[in-house]
Design a protein around this ligand. Structure first.
Ligand SMILES: NC(=O)c1ccc[n+]([C@@H]2O[C@H](COP(=O)([O-])OP(=O)(O)OC[C@H]3O[C@@H](n4cnc5c(N)ncnc54)[C@H](OP(=O)(O)O)[C@@H]3O)[C@@H](O)[C@H]2O)c1
Length: 322
């Protein structure tokens, strides 16, 4: 069985290039999905406290470790949620995640968003129909608590997610510690060339989320674009395989989510794109640039301008870096 390509992180740890995403994988679906994925060669799982399904992922892990894999052969990522950014809450939430998963360590722990919520009032605290943001706790404070986790042995690497260049530069200027990974939305319609180049220059590995464009935001699916379908037909591949191959061609890791056996299995089978196919696919994003995941547009709204996208400019706050 092929386990796919592996990339080396700045700390020397190998990260498998294709992983299984688990956002919106419902209870009763995700246990099965994780088990199928590992039995078919996936060695990289992308999890998060906020997906509220880690208990079930933990049940799947019990089925596959050690019967199918050794713990050390899996690369398991999870993420610190926004309501635990205060320094005294960071290790506590990590312990909760490890307890849900039945694990003693994670391979990678990420700050999920450069956004802090008021703690102690659930995962989505609200005030006046909006998310109640914590505008006091800085990203530097949270990053310092993440750095402290490295000494506990409970995480092998730390990183960030949804961070811009400015957010990364701010935490590094204050601490001297670079994140091993920045997990960002990246697909045909959002190549994020500047951010990818900055991360490459500083040896920050990119993990691309929503590689298929997701389909919860009511926008056309990337699998429906005629150019994607034409290249898939030419290669005898699925449209999803073409979209995943586009991310793989760019050299970062890609974490498609599925809870359907056939898709989980086929998404992991890699197809090679020619330079010409890669360019043809990239042209779609130049014509139709789209970011799907902008929390300012969520209900309840996060009144914060994270990415400086035009839809966010009327937000009244920005991430507090230091
Ligand atoms: N850091 C962050 O803030 C962040 C944000 C978003 C996502 N993520 C991570 O990235 C992962 C992937 O992103 P995502 O879940 O947003 O979106 P995605 O992987 O781009 O797309 C998932 C959607 O595509 C469908 N799909 C999967 N395989 C398919 C195939 N072969 N053909 C057609 N449709 C297919 C899935 O449905 P079925 O399940 O029914 O197959 C699901 O509806 C997440 O699960 C999560 O782990 C992280």
């Amino acid at each position: 069985m092929s386990f796919g390509k592996v990339i080396t992180l700045s700390n020397g740890q190998p990260i498998p290039q294709i992983g299984l995403g688990t956002w919106l994988s419902k209870p009763h679906e995700v246990e099965n999905a994780v088990e199928i994925a590992v039995r078919h060669g996936y060695r990289h799982l992308d999890l998060a406290r906020i997906y509220e399904n880690q208990d079930e992922v933990g049940r799947a892990l019990k089925k596959v470790i050690p019967e199918v894999v050794k713990r050390e052969d899996l690369f398991i990522t999870s993420k610190l949620w926004n309501s635990s950014h205060r320094k005294e809450l960071v290790e506590k939430e990590l312990d909760e995640t490890l307890g849900q998963l039945g694990l003693t360590y994670l391979d990678l722990y990420l700050i999920h968003w450069p956004v802090a919520f008021q703690p102690g009032r659930g995962l989505f605290p609200t005030r006046d129909d909006k998310i109640d943001l914590d505008t006091e706790t800085s990203l530097v404070e949270t990053w310092e608590a993440m750095i402290a986790l490295l000494k506990t042995g409970k995480v092998k690497a730390i990183g960030v997610s949804n961070f811009t260049k400015e957010h990364i530069q701010g935490i590094v200027d204050a601490t001297g510690v670079w994140p091993a990974v920045n997990q960002i939305e990246a697909h045909l319609l959002l190549p994020q060339d500047d951010l990818v180049a900055y991360c490459k220059e500083h040896n920050v590995h990119i993990t691309a989320y929503s590689p298929l464009g997701n389909n919860v935001f009511g926008k056309p699916k990337l699998t429906d674009y005629p150019e994607v379908q034409a290249i898939a037909q030419k290669l005898g591949a699925t449209t999803a395989q073409v979209l995943i191959a586009w991310g793989v061609y760019r050299g970062y890791s890609v974490i498609p989510k599925s809870v359907q056996q056939e898709r989980i299995v086929s998404n992991f089978k890699q197809v090679e794109l020619s330079a010409e196919d890669y360019e043809a696919l990239s042209a779609i994003g130049k014509r139709d640039p789209t970011r799907f995941n902008t929390p300012y547009l969520y209900t309840p709204q996060w009144d914060i301008n994270i990415f400086n996208e035009s839809q966010e400019v009327s937000a009244t706050t920005k991430p507090k870096v230091k």
